[in-house]
Ligand binder design. Structure first.
Ligand code: NAI
Ligand code: MG
Length: 352
C-alpha cells in the first residue's frame, strides 16, 4: 500500500468548503484503486488563526509542513479580518518561497458543458509553465525624490539557472503531450532580459529534438489565447507573463472556479503545494454553491505529481462527464450545489 501524507490547509472562505469536497473525492479514488491511500493532516492556518495568534502560522509552521509529501491548500484571505498583503505573504507566499516552489503550472482546457466566453471555442488544451521565483517579481529597486520629481526603479532578475529550469520543465511536460513548447518573450521591447531568455530557450530546445519550439511576443501570444488557443500546447513564461496568461486561461474556460494550479518544488527538498487559482470568494461563503471543480482538478494535478497520471487522467474524464451531464454550480450557469457536484463525481469515480 502506497501512503501519501498530505498537509491540508483549507484556509479561508470557500476554501473550507471545497477542500473537504476534494478530499472526499480523493478518498473515493483511493478506494477504487485499492493500492494507495491519502492521509490528511489538517492545519488551521487562516485569517481566523491570525486573529487568535497574531500570525498566519506558528514559528515552526514550515518545519511541520516540511515533513509532508505535499500541501493541499484551499484559499487564503479575508480582508475584513486581516489585510490581504499580511494574510497572503504570511502564509501562501511564505510557503512558495521558503519551499523553493520555483515552478507554477496552470492548465486551461476546453470543458464541454461549460460555456466559454469565446464565441466558437475549439477543443483547446494548454498548459502554462510559469517561472515562479524570480523575473519581474523581485524586490530589487527603490523610490527616490518626491512629488513631481519622484522616481521608482524596479529591477527584473533573470538567472540562467532559473530560466533553464522552467524551460526544461516545460519540455519534459510537452514530451508527454502534443510535443510543442511556446516561449513567451518580448525581446523586441525589453532589450536585456528577454533576448537572454530567448537565447536560453534556443539552447535548451536543442536538447529536445523531438519537440517543436517557437517563441511568441507576449502581446501576440495573449491574443492567441483568445483567437486560437487550440494551437497551443505547453507555454513557458516568466513570472509576470505567466501570471497574466494564466488569468486569460482561466477566463476562456468559463470560470475561475474551475481553474487548478500547482506550485512545484523541483529539487525534492521540500513538498510541492497544490491550490486552485481562485481565492476565498467572500461573496458566496456559506451558501454551499462554491464550485468544487477547481479544487478537485487541483487534486488531479497532485495525483500526477505523485506519479499516478493514469488515475489523474481518469479523474479529469469524470469531471468532464459530470459537467456534460449538467451538474453545474451557479458560477457556470447552473443551480447545483457544491455537494451535488461532489457527490456525482464520487459516484462516477466509484465506477471506474
Ligand atoms: P476570488 O477568486 O475569491 O473571487 C472572484 C470571483 O470569483 C467572486 O465573484 C467569487 O464568488 C468567484 N469565485 C471564486 N472562486 C469560486 C468558486 N470556487 N466557485 C464559484 N465562484 C467562485 O477573488 P477575490 O474576490 O479577488 O479575492 C477574495 C479573497 O481571496 C481576497 O482576500 C484575496 O486576497 C484572496 N485570494 C487568495 C488567493 C489564494 O489563496 N490563492 C488567490 C486570489 C485571491
Ligand atoms: Mg494572477
Amino acid at each position: 500500500m502506497k501512503v501519501f501524507n498530505i498537509a491540508s490547509i483549507p484556509g479561508d472562505g470557500v476554501g473550507k468548503e471545497v477542500v473537504p469536497a476534494a478530499q472526499r473525492v480523493l478518498k473515493a479514488v483511493s478506494d477504487v484503486h485499492g493500492g494507495l491511500s491519502f492521509r490528511f493532516t489538517e492545519f488551521p492556518y487562516s485569517c481566523e488563526y491570525y486573529l487568535e495568534h497574531g500570525e498566519m502560522m506558528p514559528d515552526d509552521g514550515l518545519e511541520q509542513l516540511k515533513e509532508f509529501d505535499s500541501i493541499f491548500l484551499g484559499a487564503v484571505g479575508n480582508s475584513k479580518l486581516v489585510p490581504d498583503h499580511i494574510s497572503l505573504w504570511g502564509l501562501l507566499i511564505k510557503i512558495r518561497r521558503e519551499f523553493e516552489q520555483v515552478i507554477n503550472i496552470r492548465p486551461a482546457k476546453y470543458l464541454q458543458g461549460i460555456k466559454s466566453p469565446l464565441a466558437n471555442p475549439k477543443d483547446f488544451d494548454l498548459l502554462v509553465v510559469r517561472e515562479n521565483s524570480e523575473g519581474e517579481y523581485s524586490s530589487i529597486g527603490g523610490r527616490i525624490f518626491r512629488d513631481e520629481d519622484e522616481i521608482a526603479i524596479q529591477n527584473a532578475v533573470f538567472s540562467r539557472k532559473g530560466a533553464e529550469r522552467a524551460m526544461r520543465f516545460a519540455f519534459e511536460l510537452a514530451a508527454k503531450r502534443k510535443k510543442h513548447v511556446t516561449s513567451a518573450t518580448k525581446s523586441n521591447g525589453i532589450v536585456y532580459s528577454m533576448p537572454f531568455w530567448d537565447e536560453v530557450f534556443e539552447n535548451t530546445a536543442k536538447d529536445y529534438p523531438d519537440i517543436t519550439a517557437d517563441s511568441q511576443h507576449i502581446d501576440a501570444l495573449s491574443a492567441f489565447f483568445v483567437t486560437r488557443p487550440e494551437k497551443l500546447d505547453v507555454i513557458v513564461a516568466s513570472n509576470l507573463f505567466g501570471d497574466i496568461l494564466t488569468d486569460i486561461g482561466a477566463a476562456i474556460m468559463g470560470s475561475i472556479g474551475v481553474a487548478p494550479a500547482a506550485n512545484i518544488n523541483v529539487n525534492g527538498k521540500y513538498p510541492s503545494m497544490f491550490e486552485p487559482v481562485h481565492g476565498s470568494a467572500p461573496d458566496i461563503i456559506g451558501k454551499g454553491i462554491a464550485n468544487p471543480i477547481g479544487q478537485i482538478w487541483t487534486a488531479k494535478m497532485m495525483l500526477d505529481h505523485f506519479g499516478e497520471e493514469e488515475l489523474g487522467a481518469r479523474l479529469l474524464d469524470v469531471i468532464e462527464d459530470v459537467l456534460k451531464s449538467g451538474y453545474l454550480t451557479p458560477d457556470i450557469g447552473g443551480s447545483s450545489t457544491t455537494d451535488d457536484v461532489t457527490e456525482e463525481i464520487i459516484k462516477r469515480v466509484r465506477t471506474i
